[in-house]
Write a protein that binds this ligand. Structure first.
Ligand code: AMP
Ligand code: ZN
Length: 451
């Protein structure tokens, strides 16, 4: 399996360091609000990655952290007047519910930052002992970027052209403001009740130290693969490397992978720009988790993806074509032509997750199955779906319809008889938002549960 390594800027073979198991760390959500679908682009990319690793015959151990203490979570909890843990629980629960709706496979572990403060304190102490970190006058502890010769190797920072030297207390900053970054932040009035005792007084960890401490705890000091959205590359991942490698003297991560942004009108979808949709927003508009997943996974992870409702409507049509084809398929000896499409699908997936090519093979398979019949083709769709996770295999077709759905279907049949297409579409969307899919044929409507 070949992947593009952001550290070397080259395509490389993804080979496990040990045990035929890829140890993968993925930066998880900051649980101060509902994640938006830009965030889910990153998690969907990571899901395709973990599925592809297994598809290629390797084992996977994935750790995804939950950032449940930082400036934003503290501000949210204090504004709501509730304890931090209570505040973040709502968004942790929502996050897991959203992952399930998008059919994202669970990671092996989801450690939360607040459960690992002692490990972070220990790592900060180690960095002080090694002489690469220091305590400033205000009590906070900073990493001295000048003391770590490898600093900037991921983001390729040219130190000679930098105005550096300043200290940066905030977790996020850009390349123009490279400076010493906070490992431990001393307690301030605005932190309210949030704070932990440490050798440097009461305070809390910086964001970057969280990931170094938790990834090394669960995956070892050197592991295979680390991912995130491209905005994580600097400073977050650069700082993770500096902290880990300065502490252990060993290479931290072999391969780094980053997905491009989901954009809206050419700009990154983000909370701060206010141009975002949560998964819930889209589900309320009548789209399914499956349709949203389809949009998120069908482009190449390193290409920017512009979000548009048209793409969701197209996803619905594409999925319908797939469903109708899969319905015609059965088990049996796989025909050579189907095997050939599977081969090309595999090559595409194992070539740096080239999903546009993988989907092209899938649709070639659909076309040829429609022409030649589906005997023996079911297992090919199933094998492809180990990576895609979007195909239905006739699940739950015989489920009894709830009364509310029955009534809407009757109203819709009446609307269609009266050629009131607007009302018919409105009712279809209402039914969809309740989790059901209506299909029309000469025999009338059929309605199935969307899983
Ligand atoms: P955050 O909660 O902001 O730390 O982000 C969680 C994950 O979502 C990180 O991997 C980010 O890089 C990623 N991310 C944030 N916004 C976007 C976006 N618009 N497109 C793709 N990934 C994003
Ligand atoms: Zn991280």
């Amino acid at each position: 399996m070949q992947v593009f390594n952001s550290l070397t800027r080259c395509n490389e073979e993804l080979k496990p360091l040990s045990n035929n198991e890829i140890r993968l760390y993925t930066c998880g959500p900051t649980v101060y609000n509902y994640a938006h679908i830009g965030n889910f682009r990153a998690y969907a990319f990571e899901d395709i990655l973990r599925r592809a690793i297994q598809f290629a015959g390797m084992k996977i151990r994935q750790v995804m952290n939950l950032t449940d203490v930082d400036d934003k979570t503290i501000r949210g909890a204090n504004q709501a007047g509730i304890p931090l843990t209570e505040y973040t629980k709502t968004y942790k629960d929502a996050f897991f519910a959203d992952l399930a709706k998008l059919n994202i496979q669970p990671a092996e572990m989801y450690p939360a930052a607040t459960d690992h403060i002692p490990e972070m304190i220990e790592l900060v102490q180690k960095l002080i002992d090694k002489g690469v970190a220091y305590q400033s006058d205000d009590g906070s502890v900073y990493f001295n970027v000048r003391k770590f010769p490898g600093y900037g190797k991921l983001a390729r920072i040219d130190f000679d052209n930098q105005r550096t030297g300043a200290r940066c207390a905030s977790d996020e900053y850009d390349k123009e403001n490279v400076g010493d970054f906070a490992l431990w932040k001393s307690w301030e009035e605005s932190d309210g009740p949030v704070g932990w005792d440490s050798p440097w007084g009461k305070g809390r960890p910086g964001w970057h130290i969280e990931c170094s401490a938790m990834s090394m705890k669960y995956l070892g000091e050197s592991f295979d693969l680390h991912t995130g959205g491209i905005d994580n590359l600097f400073p977050h991942h650069e700082n993770e490397i500096a902290q880990a490698e300065a502490a252990t003297g060993k290479p931290f991560v072999t391969t780094w992978m980053h997905c491009a942004h989901l954009r809206v009108n050419g700009e990154k979808m983000s909370k701060s720009l206010g141009n975002f949709y949560t998964l819930r927003d889209l589900i309320d508009k009548g789209f399914s988790g499956r349709e949203i997943r389809y949009v998120l996974i069908s482009s190449h992870y390193r290409s920017a993806l512009n979000f548009a409702f048209d793409a969701l409507a197209d996803a619905r049509k594409s999925l319908q074509r797939i469903d109708e084809c899969v319905d015609k398929c059965s088990d049996g000896a796989v025909p050579d032509w189907a095997q050939e499409h599977l081969k090309r699908f595999s090559e595409a997936v194992l070539d740096d997750l080239n999903m546009p090519r993988a989907f092209a093979s899938l649709f070639d398979l659909v076309r040829e199955t429609n022409a030649k019949g589906g005997v023996g083709v079911l297992s090919v769709f199933k094998r492809m779906d180990e990576v895609l996770g979007v195909i239905f295999f006739g699940k739950a077709k015989k489920v009894e319809l709830p009364e509310e759905i029955k009534q809407k279907l009757e109203a819709r049949a009446a609307a269609r008889a009266a050629k009131d297409w607007a009302l018919s579409d409105k009712l279809r969307d209402e039914i969809a938002s309740l989790g059901w899919v209506v299909k029309d044929s000469k025999e009338g409507q059929t309605c199935t549960l969307r899983t």
